[in-house]
Design a protein around this ligand. Structure first.
Ligand SMILES: [Zn+2]
Length: 445
């Protein structure tokens, strides 16, 4: 295992320097495998991204670890399992991907050695570059154990003599979690948020093609959701809408990330999204490589643009939409942030404020410990919000924290973020911070 860890470390170091990225060095299509507990989980969590990848020629496979044979209030057993297999096969046809359902009873998935081997073999057979799965924090034991099983397989998939009849992956894959709303012990923290608007119809067609989950009067969803209409069509529309609303909620919740990835104009209009968090196990790619993998490489320069409020009145002052002014400041597309921030540099935003009132201000930044501690000021409509750049651990580690409140009156406003005192810059030493943006949330009441 020692050798393997050294190999992992070398692979990671190379990928951080951007020299060993699969996406950059080979034309072979990327290979993605996505695990879910039941025949409908992967479709819901990553059906959109799966369809986008498939359309680009990437090889995508969805796996349900159980056959879904109890998730219904009227039927069960082999008949239900067969029906659900056909449903996800129809989804696979719609998405242009492959699918597999394992013959493990619904509600009975266990984190056993045998199942760990099964997961490892599936990843190895697929020669996966990317593996997607549930977080191990979830209400459903099957979801939770998918998380445990994939995490437990994440290092041994590259070990030649584990399940030796299946060849190991050539390098450790990248492992990423699906989004969820569970808060304990850790809330989901997205690394990547993608628009699925261009393929949304395919996702909704897939949901419609799974009536045992989202259509039958006695389907799980129809039996457990409140206020489901009694009539056939009303019920189907309602259940589809509930899935659409969940994809809308992901877009709203991570709107600032969508704007950072897609730019102010497109990012603020995205309706449906899926989100993924990099797992700390497996290969650790650079943000630049991840953006390429998720086909988010459209924006290489920032495009200063007027910031207008989102639905809830929040204002996202992304680096992407800001204007860097000064001798050294530069936009870094790989981090969606401004860097090289000297004492003479500043960032300006042109902001459309619709609602007069108090706004909570959140700063999204990173800084190396040695550079932390310099004072900054946010100027807005004659007010000054001052603070000190707190440590984040490294230039690569971004944090978002509340730094205070300001009052804004409706109309066109210019907001400026800059250092509050002079400091020396020599070579690459002496910078204020890397600034990914500011988030202004209206104070309720
Ligand atoms: Zn499930």
């Amino acid at each position: 295992m020692k050798t393997l860890f050294i190999l992992c470390a070398i692979t990671t170091a190379l990928s951080l320097s951007g020299q060993n990225s699969h996406a950059q060095t080979t034309d072979a299509p990327l290979r993605i495998i996505a695990f879910g507990a039941h025949p409908d989980d992967v479709e819901q969590k990553t059906g959109g991204m799966g369809a986008i990848w498939a359309a680009k020629g990437y090889k995508v496979k969805f796996v349900a670890m159980t056959n879904g044979d109890i998730g219904h209030f009227e039927s069960s057993g082999g008949a239900l399992a067969n029906r659900r297999l056909k449903e996800v096969q129809e989804c696979a046809r719609i998405f242009g991907i492959e699918t597999e359902v394992l013959d493990i009873h619904d509600g009975e998935l266990e984190p056993t050695l045998e199942n760990r081997k099964t997961v490892a073999r599936l990843i190895r057979d697929w020669q996966a570059d990317i593996v997607l799965f549930h977080r191990p924090y979830d209400y459903h034991p099957d979801h939770r154990y998918v998380g445990v099983l994939v995490q437990d397989a994440s290092v041994i998939v590259a070990a030649p003599f584990f399940t030796p009849n299946t060849p190991p992956t050539k390098k450790n894959p990248i492992f990423m979690y699906y989004s969820d709303n569970f808060m304990r012990p850790y809330a989901f923290d997205p690394t990547i948020v993608v628009s699925i608007d261009e393929v949304a119809d395919k996702k909704w067609n897939c949901i419609t093609a799974m009536p045992s989950q989202f259509g039958d009067e006695h389907s799980w969803q129809a039996s457990t959701y409140p206020n489901v209409p009694k009539d056939e069509q009303g019920r189907k529309d309602y259940l589809l809408k509930s899935v659409q609303l969940r994809n809308e909620a992901v877009a709203s919740k991570y709107r600032d990330r969508l704007i950072a990835f897609y730019g102010q104009d497109k990012g603020s209009k995205i309706k449906y999204a899926e989100a993924f968090e990099l797992c700390q196990y497996g290969r650790q790619p650079s943000m630049d490589e991840l953006k390429k993998i998720f086909l988010l490489n459209g924006h290489t320069t920032n495009q200063p643009a007027k910031v207008s409020p989102g639905q809830d009145g929040a204002l996202f002052l992304s680096a992407e939409a800001g204007k860097g002014v000064g001798p050294k400041i530069a936009y870094m597309p790989e981090a969606s942030a401004f860097g090289w921030f000297t004492a003479a540099d500043k960032v300006e935003w042109n902001v459309q404020v619709d609602k007069t009132g108090e706004y909570e201000v959140y700063l999204d930044w990173s800084v190396a410990d040695l550079e932390a501690g310099k004072p900054y000021v946010l100027e807005a409509a004659g007010q000054q919000l001052k603070g000190t750049v707190e440590r984040t651990g490294s230039w690569q580690t971004f944090k978002t924290e509340k730094i205070g409140t300001i009052k804004l009156t409706a109309g066109n406003r210019k907001l400026v973020f800059k250092p509050a005192s002079k400091f020396e810059t020599a070579g690459d030493k002496g910078a204020l911070l890397d600034l990914r943006g500011l988030k202004l949330i209206p104070v309720k009441g």
